[in-house]
Design a protein around this ligand. Structure first.
Ligand code: ASP
Length: 462
């Protein structure tokens, strides 16, 4: 609700506070018709309604108390919160591996702004260390804040800078790279880095958090600590995502950068490896691979960085009833590549076939992926699939649509004038982006789901 909506309304909380002689930042005992609460009175968000007080309970959770339920407010203390975490110089130990942490923003670098009630990007990587001192037991950490954005604002411009800076850090001799990133589009960035940076000799570990560090259930510290283990002494030299495994805080999972996706808006265990099993678990400081086909850590510095991206690429998420003008408009606007997220095994309706044919004739590359997210594009099964293939649409096996989008942007960026080279790159797995088959235990198995489902079914079936 907008603040303006309440303009001219009496703020009953103000008179309530005056009556009881309390102000914000007072520690209160509040008696209400719904029980007694003890906590710190916080400034109310500017955009909130004027009828409630906000109390931060000792548990760390904030509650709203409606003004007309309040019977008494007793001041028992005063502490104005200072949410600024001091920037701290990282201690150095020549015995420990040295890791470079690039900050890009996101919740992992955020705190709650009590003025607006929103989460804002607030602290730099140095401040991150200030809030998670355990990192110093694992490695020497050099930090560099590249951006301070929520991850919806990451895009080709940032991808290029990030890839170049990582390449430089690898050549400088770092034992591992960490990237603090917003979770929303972490899988886009992990995929694009997997293509832009090939043959890395050291781990490139992306890490974020679903909940900011001022919340008691924050996953920020655990994710950072486990990511530091993976980056500094882990054996896997690939672009990976390190986030909560199960819903509990038992272990983290390392997911391959091209097979991972954010799958839940609020769970801490939101990242899942799709169509495959994750690379490793990290528990109590140990990185335990659960498969063998990973690229091992090396001591050379022979990394290949190809930072390029064609922005005129898009994903079209098919829906029944789609009209051909959607495709025509993209071709007319100069789009060079389209990734379709088709239904089932890779289908779109007959109505758009002529538009696909026109796009193909105009040199627009069109690729097919699946909205089901799991499984393979199989365009030979139905007659309609075969017809779509004949229109020049190229199937991409089990490549995740978001991954196909960044791969196409990258491939067209690397080969702007060579459509055949782009087609070859797209059809060849280069960073696990397509696999031969889905393991029988790949579907949400080994990802913290099984013990929880087992427990659930035991309860249901008893
Ligand atoms: N909106 C945030 C972002 O992606 C969410 C997060 O960091 O978890 O930047």
């Amino acid at each position: 609700m907008s603040k303006d909506l309440y303009k001219g309304y009496r703020d009953p909380c103000l008179s309530l506070l005056k009556r009881h002689d309390v102000t914000v930042w007072c520690e209160l005992e509040a008696q209400t018709s719904r029980g007694e609460f003890h906590g710190l009175l916080l400034p109310r968000s500017e955009t909130a309604d004027p009828y409630h007080l906000v109390l931060k309970l000792d548990s760390g959770y904030n509650i709203g108390i409606r003004h007309d339920t309040v019977q008494n407010l007793k001041k028992v203390g005063y502490r104005e919160a200072n949410y600024k975490i001091p920037e701290q110089e990282f201690p150095r130990d020549p015995e420990k591996p040295t890791v470079r942490l690039f900050g890009t923003g996101g919740t992992i670098a955020s705190r709650l702004d009590y003025r607006t009630g929103a989460v804002i990007p607030a602290f730099s990587p140095g401040e991150l260390y200030g809030s998670v001192p355990e990192l110093a037991d694992i490695c020497n950490l050099d930090t560099e804040k590249l951006f301070g954005v929520f991850s919806e604002n990451m895009g080709p411009e940032q991808y290029l800078i990030l890839a170049e800076r990582i390449g430089e850090a690898i050549r400088e001799g770092y034992d591992g790279i960490m990237i603090g990133h917003g979770t929303d589009t972490m899988h886009h960035t992990s995929a694009v880095l997997s293509f832009m940076i090939q043959n890395t000799p050291v781990p490139i570990v992306m890490v974020g958090s679903q909940r900011s560090s001022d919340r008691p259930s924050s996953d920020a510290a655990q994710n950072l600590i486990n990511a530091a283990h993976a980056a500094s002494h882990g054996p896997i030299a690939e672009v990976v995502v390190c986030m909560f495994g199960p819903t509990s805080d038992r272990y983290n999972l390392l997911h391959r950068g091209t097979r991972v996706r954010k799958m839940h808006s609020s769970y801490r265990s939101t990242f899942r490896t799709l169509g495959d099993i994750p690379l490793a678990t990290i528990e109590d400081g140990f990185v335990n691979p659960i498969r063998e086909d990973f690229a091992p850590r090396r001591s050379d510095r022979d990394v290949l960085v190809q930072a390029a991206f064609e922005e005129k690429v898009t994903i079209v998420y098919y829906y029944p009833g789609m009209q051909p003008d959607v495709i025509d408009a993209l071709a007319e606007k100069g789009y060079k590549g389209i990734v379709i997220a088709g239904t089932g095994l890779g289908h779109v309706n007959r109505k758009i076939y002529p538009a696909l044919e026109r796009a193909n004739a105009a040199g627009v590359q069109v690729y097919m992926t699946l909205q089901t997210m799991w499984g393979f594009v199989q365009m030979y099964v139905y007659e309609t699939g075969r017809e779509i293939l004949e229109l020049g649409v190229v199937p991409l096996a089990n490549m995740i649509p978001d991954v196909a989008y960044v791969k196409l942007g990258w491939a067209l960026g690397v080969h702007p004038d060579d459509p055949e080279a782009v087609r070859r790159l797209m059809s060849t797995p280069i960073a696990g982006d397509m696999t031969d088959r889905e393991p029988h235990d790949g579907y949400l198995v080994l990802q913290g789901g099984v013990p929880e489902s087992a427990k659930f079914f035991t309860n249901v079936w008893k």
